[in-house]
Design a protein around this ligand. Structure first.
Ligand SMILES: Cc1cc2nc3c(=O)[nH]c(=O)nc-3n(C[C@H](O)[C@H](O)[C@H](O)COP(=O)(O)O)c2cc1C
Length: 211
């Protein structure tokens, strides 16, 4: 983990805005990108199976391939340091042994919990319907995406969450198996070259009940 260049939680969270135009001269090294993704991956996930997968599109060739998929979001593609395609892995349980085994070896998980997780959770996940699994991975990957947007700000960058894209054929265009990887969200990331629009929020008392 690197030190954040912005460690002001209030600024990171409350001044985050969707940024759609970036300074084209500012690139993000792949090393820093992986650091940010490691930090985003500290997000919680259902039984810690971490079903998010990323394709970081940071080359001109990759962005050309992405162009037809992203409809009215061309400005972000043209100016960002990278477009991060976030997918959910429907076979995330295949990493169960590796994840729980590492926790066991690091002394973070007792043997009996490790054995129980593998014996119960993995088969349960394998037997989920497609719809149930998609709900799980959409929730989990969205949490990682939100964390990544805030991590980006801590590194001095900004983002735009992009749901306006063509999901059909996105996976295989970027060499992922279509049936396995569900497109969840695209994030543009880079150094802001605009301040973004001010936006309003409904007040919490309108959206909340207490019981
Ligand atoms: C799931 C999701 C999908 C979005 N899709 C797009 C998009 O396709 N294009 C775009 O310009 N902004 C997109 N946005 C950004 C929203 O328009 C923006 O978050 C909202 O207007 C609030 O503004 P703020 O992010 O600056 O606070 C999306 C946001 C979310 C959470």
């Amino acid at each position: 983990m690197t030190a954040f260049i912005n460690n002001d939680f209030q600024d990171i969270v409350l001044n985050r805005k969707s940024i759609r135009r970036y300074d084209e001269n500012v690139k993000i090294s792949r090393e820093e990108m992986l650091t940010m993704l490691d930090e985003a991956n500290r997000a919680p996930s259902s039984v810690n199976l971490q079903p998010w997968r990323y394709v970081v599109v940071d080359t001109n060739e990759g962005k050309e391939q992405l162009r037809p998929f992203i409809r009215f979001n061309q400005l972000q593609n043209d100016t960002s340091a990278a477009m991060i395609l976030i997918f959910g892995d429907r076979k995330n349980y295949e990493y169960g042994k590796e994840i729980y085994g590492a926790a066991l070896n690091a002394g973070l998980m007792p043997q009996e919990v490790h054995d129980r997780q593998l014996a119960t959770i993995i088969p349960h996940y394998q037997n989920l319907s497609l719809n149930e699994m998609d709900n799980v991975i959409l929730r989990d990957a969205s949490l990682a995406a939100m964390q990544l947007m805030l991590v980006a700000r801590a590194h001095g960058y900004d983002t735009n969450a992009i749901g306006g894209f063509e999901a059909e054929n996105l996976a295989e265009t970027f060499d992922l198996e279509k049936e396995r990887y569900l497109p969840v969200l695209i994030l543009s990331i880079g150094k802001a070259a605009e301040s973004g629009y001010q936006s309003v929020r409904l007040s919490a008392d309108k959206l909340t009940t207490f019981k």
